[in-house]
Unconditional design. Structure first.
Length: 77
């Protein structure tokens, strides 16, 4: 786990999106056989690899608009 990860009352991993701050569960950290993100295409350019995972909405947005457009954080909410 990193600084953007904690455990909820059930013991499941609860992550905070490094882009928008929304809470979500990383399947790999929660012990699932596959994370939800494994069903999506690979993000070719990761804006900030050290920041951690993105929530489903932000990852889909990055995949749809091109990650380079958001690498400086200018499109953050």
């Amino acid at each position: 786990m990193n600084e953007n990860t904690s455990r909820d009352a059930t013991g499941a991993a609860s992550n905070l999106c490094s882009r928008c701050g929304a809470g979500f569960t990383c399947g790999m950290q929660a012990g699932w056989t596959e994370c939800w993100c494994a069903t999506l295409p690979v993000l070719e350019t990761i804006p900030d690899a050290a920041a951690g995972c993105y929530c489903p909405d932000c990852l889909k947005l990055l995949l749809g608009s091109g990650s380079a457009a958001m690498s400086d954080g200018s499109a953050r909410d």
